[in-house]
Design a protein around this ligand. Structure first.
Ligand code: UD1
Length: 345
């Protein structure tokens, strides 16, 4: 077991829980802080079943500075932070902007404030390809232009990147790695943890697997008149376990001072654009389960096409999104079946 503890904010959430598994399997002691606003305490059981270790858990809100102070006092061995704690629904952010700015920005600023006095060496920040907006050219590199955000959610990611940059440039003693995720999908291959959407899913894969299960009547494909080969939107779907592994590499890079740079930005994607219709076909092929679907109108605010150039992450981090899409589709389905087996949905 390593001695440097990693604080994972939002560690019972979708990407957070998969990252906790990878951290523990790499030998890191972990403490999770989560307010359980969009996750369930039972996720800790799933993590324990996979790794044999129950991560320390603090139920609190990262916008509560005093709760964070107490946590650092209790765990003086925290040397790295991975910050997942955030609100993440694009549509909701249009209706509740203050909630998004408060949650996402206050959480980040509280953490940044407490790093130096507590001797924390680095913070990994969950950003998003949403910062590129509708790119003029695909695939996008980290140097592609940042477009004006089209939602408060997207804006919190842009502002967060700027806050981190300003704090580091002001001479902070710590480092930061900003990870721009493309579209994370799938679940742990053990089906012990996965995505637990609240209510009717807004994202493609949970809606698709719930439709395959018969929970939803049919999947709506939002538009087939885009300027793409089959007319449906194109994204870069990255397996959540591959994504989680990149966080271990990123945090290690800061703890071991492997880079001269105090702040680094990486795209995390496969480098392959996949359309909505191709994704449905991949799911049906991989699982043998049909997904009833129909074409409907475009969804307001959708990007036509975006996929990553992950060369920097490949070269500098020595990381690639290695999981074949079919395996990811099978893990997403196995997780949906597990939820049914447990009577959750
Ligand atoms: C967006 C953001 C991403 C953010 C995520 C969180 C962009 C490029 N991406 O992802 O940063 O983290 O929201 O919610 O802004 N679709 C259907 N039917 C459905 C659901 C989705 O056809 O029922 C289509 C969408 O039109 C889109 C694709 O599936 O083309 C993926 O949609 P979704 O899973 O919601 O993710 P993004 O909108 O790409």
């Amino acid at each position: 077991m390593k001695t440097e503890r990693i604080l994972v904010t939002g560690g019972t959430g979708y990407i957070g829980s998969h990252t906790v598994v990878e951290l523990q399997q790499a030998g890191y002691p972990v403490v999770i802080i989560d307010n359980l606003s969009n996750s369930d305490r039972a996720v800790l059981d799933g993590i324990e079943r996979i790794t044999g270790i129950r991560p320390d858990f603090v139920e609190a809100d990262c916008t509560d500075l005093n709760a964070l102070k107490d946590l650092f006092a209790k765990y003086p061995d925290i040397k790295g932070i991975i910050n997942f704690a955030a609100s993440k629904a694009v549509g909701e952010s249009m209706h509740k902007p203050i909630l998004y700015y408060r949650n996402n920005l206050n959480t980040l600023m509280n953490l940044l404030d407490l790093m130096e006095p507590n001797g924390v060496k680095g913070i990994v920040f969950s950003s998003s390809c949403t910062v590129y907006g509708e790119p003029d050219v695909n695939p996008v590199t980290e140097e592609s232009p940042i477009k004006k955000a089209t939602s408060p959610y997207g804006n919190t990611k842009q502002i967060s990147e700027e806050i981190i940059t300003d704090v580091i440039n002001a001479g902070a003693s710590f480092k930061s790695v900003i990870l721009r995720y493309f579209n994370p999908v799938g679940a742990h291959p053990t089906a012990e943890i996965g995505e637990l959407p609240n209510g009717v899913p807004q994202n493609l894969i949970p809606y698709l697997t719930q439709t395959a299960m018969g929970i939803r009547k049919e999947l709506s494909v939002f538009g087939d008149d885009y300027n793409t080969p089959d007319g449906s939107c194109i994204r870069d779907y990255i397996d959540v376990v591959d994504l989680a592994k990149a966080h271990v590499i990123a945090v290690e890079r800061m703890l071991q001072d492997k880079s001269e740079e105090k702040i680094e930005i990486f795209n995390l994607g496969t480098g392959r654009g996949v359309s909505v219709l191709e994704l449905i076909a991949a799911f049906e092929r991989a699982t043998g389960v049909k997904v009833p679907h129909k074409i409907v109108g475009r969804r307001a605010g959708d990007i036509e096409k975006v996929w990553a150039n992950p060369a920097r992450a490949n070269d500098v981090l020595g990381w690639t999104a290695a999981t074949p899409l079919d395996d990811t589709m099978r893990s997403a389905w196995a997780w949906q079946c597990k939820l049914r087996e447990r009577g959750i949905m």
